[in-house]
Design a protein around this ligand. Structure first.
Ligand SMILES: C[S@@+](CC[C@H](N)C(=O)[O-])C[C@H]1O[C@@H](n2cnc3c(N)ncnc32)[C@H](O)[C@@H]1O
Length: 287
């Protein structure tokens, strides 16, 4: 377990993931009923973009820094507001060089009646996460394997909520493990909202995740894909470069598909690296 998200905090893939995380939570908190947020691979919650790891990778320069340099206007501004207001709140609370991870974003966008369960297996990262979230009595931080948690913690007692599955993709079989874990969880909790983040290195392999989930009989599967191009930093540890990122959404809130079709062209244009960025929204399985 060598992965440290501090190298990648605030990069294009984080902007994409966190913008949609914020939009989904905005939908889900419109109803008063309490919800549960389960983050199976939580990270440390807050990242310092002037820290050693972020400075060494420089990845935030092609991510959140591009939005800072040229803030979105019009429809993109409206759709990015929940995300960018949360980034601004994290900076106001912890300093101007801070970038919030998914637990902090979720904590900010949920309400007193909601509960958050955050899984982080790396003991040091877990300690940092616990410190970042410590004043929030709604939050439970656990050192449980994210896929074990996905099977064990659903359905939550609130019977509504969101699961973010965002593993480090260090192992070769991550796509198939993720699909199998989602299908198992969905059998136990078919009405939960699930968001599965994945890297795009080979487009066909990445698209296979949503296809495998749909082939197992899961309905209401939406695939979001953002390809920024290959001109990024060479991957640490070798292998093909990261050219994009995707989210597979199961039971997305009503209206999210239209929002994705409006927001992704902006993100592709703003975060693209090699002149040929692209985006896609596919309904892989309908009602
Ligand atoms: C991609 S990062 C998470 C980023 C975070 N979700 C965010 O958006 O801010 C993946 C995290 O999963 C942790 N991790 C690795 N293997 C794990 C496992 N089996 N179960 C839970 N967490 C794990 C890593 O230590 C790392 O902090």
């Amino acid at each position: 377990m060598n992965y440290r998200h501090a190298f990648h905090a605030g990069n294009f893939a984080d902007v994409f993931k966190h913008a949609f995380l914020a939009l989904i939570l905005t939908h889900l908190t419109r109803k008063d009923a309490a919800l549960r947020y389960l983050d199976t691979h939580a990270g440390v919650g807050l990242y310092d973009l002037t820290g050693e790891e972020a400075t060494r990778s420089g990845e935030a320069a092609d991510g959140i820094a591009r939005l800072d340099a040229d803030p979105p206007q019009g429809e993109a501004e409206r759709l990015l507001a929940p995300y960018l207001e949360t980034v601004a709140a994290a900076r106001a609370a912890h300093g101007p060089t801070i970038y919030p991870g998914s637990p902090w974003i979720a904590a900010r966008l949920t309400r007193p009646q909601d509960r958050l369960t955050l899984c982080e297996l790396n003991p040091q990262e877990r300690e940092t996460l616990t410190r970042a979230m410590r004043r929030d009595a709604r939050v439970g931080v656990v050192g449980v394997d994210g896929y074990v948690a996905l099977g064990a913690y659903v359905p939550p007692k609130e019977r509504r909520g969101l699961v973010l599955v965002d593993p480090p993709f260090e192992s070769r079989d991550e796509f198939s493990r993720m699909a199998a874990a989602l299908v198992r969880a969905h059998r136990k909790w078919p009405t939960g909202v699930y968001a599965l983040w994945h890297p795009v290195k080979h487009v066909a392999e990445a698209r296979g995740l949503a296809d495998a989930i749909a082939a197992a009989g899961v309905r209401r599967v939406l695939r979001l894909e953002l390809v920024v191009g290959a001109a990024g930093p060479p991957p640490r540890g070798g292998g093909p470069p990261l050219i994009g990122a995707g989210l597979v959404l199961v039971n997305p809130p009503f209206g999210l598909e239209a929002q994705a079709r409006a927001l992704l062209p902006f993100l592709a244009a703003r975060l693209g690296r090699d002149g040929a960025p692209s985006w896609r929204v596919d309904v892989v399985a309908g009602e």
